[in-house]
Each structure stands twice: as structure tokens, then as C-alpha cells.
Design a protein around this ligand. Structure first.
Ligand code: MYR
Length: 131
């Protein structure tokens, strides 16, 4: 159901979230308008995600329930897992630099892909439309 090409349409509280993550204002301004595109392909428990934005392109492969590493566009490294709970993907990642936890979910709401983020009590959303 997550399969397809998704383009970010709008953000909610993303600046506040990135600030909590320690990202400087210049990078935050750029990141608000990064034109993030995700091409998601799920086969059973395996996901391949082709991420592209004004910052970079990145190919990510993971299996539900199995730990993997991910580096954010600013170089911050995370390690964690995605699991499926009902129709929702739930991700729990820990920052390698400070061991703090970032949680995230992906779900489909009215034909849009909604990704929620939480870090240290700050919630944000990025909402994607199918291309
Ligand atoms: C993926 O499924 O796309 C790869 C794993 C994603 C890990 C969680 C994403 C966190 C990215 C946070 C970026 C926010 C910048 C402060």
C-alpha cells in the first residue's frame, strides 16, 4: 500500500523538530524546501526506498524488524528498525552521537502518506502526495 512515488507536499512543525535535533537555521531553511521524493517498493517484509531531495539521492534497503543504519542528510547517523503495526509503519531509531531516540511512523491518510516524527518531546509531520 505504501508502494509508489511520493512527493512531499507540506510540513507541520518540522522547523521546531529540526531545531530540537540541533540543526542550524540555514540548514533548516533549506530542509523545509528540500523537495523530498520517496520511491517506495515493498516486497513482503523487505523495503527498498529511493530517496531524493535537493540535498542528495540515497538508496535504502531494510527488512521489517531488522536493525539497519541510516545517515540523515546532515550526516547524523541513526540505527534502528521499522516494524508494521496494523497498517502503520513504526520506526524506532537511535542517534549514534548521543544515543537519543527518534521515533517515526508512516501511514496512509486519505490517499496521502503521512510521516510523523518525534524527538525529545517534539512532534512533526511531513505529508506526501502520490506522484
Ligand atoms: C527510510 O525509511 O526512509 C529510512 C529510515 C528513516 C529513518 C528515520 C528518518 C529520520 C529522518 C529525520 C530527518 C529530520 C531532520 C532533522
Amino acid at each position: 500500500a505504501f508502494n509508489g512515488t511520493w512527493k512531499v507536499d507540506r510540513n507541520e512543525d518540522y522547523d521546531k523538530f529540526m531545531e530540537k535535533m540541533g540543526i542550524n537555521v540555514v540548514k533548516r531553511k533549506l530542509a523545509e524546501h528540500d523537495n523530498l521524493k520517496l520511491i517506495i517498493e515493498q516486497t513482503g517484509d523487505k523495503f527498498n526506498i529511493k530517496e531524493s531531495s535537493t540535498f542528495r539521492t540515497k538508496d535504502i534497503t531494510f527488512t521489517l524488524g531488522e536493525q539497519f543504519e541510516y545517515s540523515m542528510a546532515d550526516g547524523t547517523e541513526l540505527t534502528g528498525t521499522w516494524v508494521m503495526e496494523g497498517e502503520t509503519l513504526k520506526g524506532t531509531f537511535s542517534r549514534k552521537d548521543n544515543s537519543k531516540i527518534l521515533t517515526t511512523t508512516r501511514s496512509l491518510v486519505g490517499g496521502e502518506l503521512v510521516q510523523c516524527y518525534n524527538y525529545e518531546g517534539i512532534d512533526a509531520k511531513r505529508i506526501f502526495k502520490k506522484a
